[in-house]
Design a protein around this ligand. Structure first.
Ligand code: NAD
Ligand code: TYD
Length: 333
């Protein structure tokens, strides 16, 4: 197959492109706006690989850019999104444009060209759950502007299946972690702060629970939905382990040799979802299962950040400093 991967220069998208090229004969072209979160360096090791057809710089809400990118492709996998909950609380505009208008623009192209379409979505569309796990039948109850725009996108995808018979499916992942994750999200932020002796800002009591999924396991899950998923269906792709944010931070402290004294409880996120948990039996019945436990995956993630300073040095010395000061009310050390 020839795939168009939108948002392939970001964290999960770049890991997916690398994995799919290693594990299939597919050829891949990437369409990416290269926002703060998207970086050419994330795909640099694929330059010259005959299966990697290159990166087209453009936005998914730009119909002309999309029309060029879809020429000759068999399927679209859409990772492109504004993805950080805290940024969606501070400035929701870009979330509505990219996650809403952008998804619509891709769906129109897929409909016109009769392409297979996979939407990469999130457990956050279901909202928070105190006990048990969400199935694909659970009601959609998003809490943040991020998750609300992702929910809107999922509903549009379903409408294109029902109305236009588009061969579209949805992969809803739980919280991902692994190499190449921008350090605004919990795990890479805590790893880099711990390595630098900066405070570790825990929102509220830190007893919120997340269902951690190693990024390669999500990549294989998305590939499974692309290859075997039934059109019109959504598939949960949940990680094998759940733990509280405090447990995550304490493990990172152990792995980096940092001091417990760096932990600082800060003002909680508004509308903070308490717990996410996914039941993934539907995708497991199609033969997928997560391979990497949290202890193993976190250790290799810490090692990756330790071994790749050139990747994060340019981020930590650039615009990220302004974001950090705005979000946390203090300068990065
Ligand atoms: P990311 O923020 O690291 O990357 C997003 C990518 O999309 C970047 O390369 C960025 O440049 C690109 N992009 C943003 N706006 C664009 C636009 N208008 N047009 C084209 N490209 C654009 O995000 P991620 O963590 O890799 O998430 C990828 C997808 O997976 C998202 O759809 C997200 O909702 C979903 N998801 C993420 C997680 C998680 O834990 N990170 C979990 C489940 C699902
Ligand atoms: P995050 O990585 O932003 O993912 P999401 O909000 O999509 O789950 O946050 C994961 C958890 O970590 C969430 O409960 C918020 C918390 N958190 C902190 O306590 N401190 C931080 O600095 C960040 C970024 C997140």
């Amino acid at each position: 197959m020839k795939l168009l991967v939108c948002g392939g220069a970001g964290f999960i998208g770049s890991n997916f492109v690398r994995l799919r090229i290693a594990e299939s004969d597919d050829q891949i072209i990437v369409l990416d706006k290269l926002t703060y979160a998207g970086r050419r360096e994330n795909l640099a090791d694929l330059d010259g690989n005959p299966q990697f057809l290159g990166l087209q710089h453009g936005a998914i809400e730009d119909a002309d850019a999309v029309a060029t990118a879809v020429e000759g492709v068999d399927a679209i996998v859409n990772f492109a999104a504004e993805t950080h909950v805290d940024r969606s609380i501070a400035e929701p505009d870009a979330f509505v444009v990219t996650n809403g208008q952008g998804t619509y623009t891709l769906l129109e192209a897929a409909r016109r060209e009769q392409l297979r379409y996979v939407q990469v979505s999130t457990d956050e569309v279901y909202g928070s759950i105190d006990e048990g796990s969400f199935t694909e039948q659970s009601p959609l109850k998003p809490s943040s502007p991020y998750s609300a725009t992702k929910t809107g996108a999922d509903l549009l995808v379903e409408s294109y299946f029902h109305t236009f018979d588009l061969s579209a499916a949805i992969a809803r992942g739980s919280n991902n972690y692994g190499p190449y994750q921008y350090p605004e999200k919990l795990i890479p932020l805590m790893i880099l702060n711990a390595m630098h002796g900066d405070p570790l800002p825990v929102y509220g009591d830190g007893l919120q629970v997340r269902n951690w999924l190693y990024v390669e396991d999500f990549g294989r899950g998305i590939g499974h939905v692309l290859d075997h998923g039934v059109a019109g269906e959504a598939y949960n792709v949940g990680g094998p382990d759940e733990c509280t944010n405090m447990e995550v931070v304490r493990r990172i402290i152990e792995l980096t040799g940092a001091s417990d004294d760096l932990i600082e409880h800060v003002t909680d996120r508004p509308g903070h979802d308490r717990r996410y948990s996914l039941a993934s039996d539907k995708l497991k019945a199609l033969g997928w299962s997560p391979q990497t436990g949290f202890a193993e995956g976190l250790e290799s993630t810490v090692n990756w950040y330790r071994d790749n300073p050139t990747w994060w040095e340019s981020i930590r010395s650039g615009d990220y400093r302004e974001y950090y000061a705005r979000q946390y009310g203090r300068e990065l050390g």
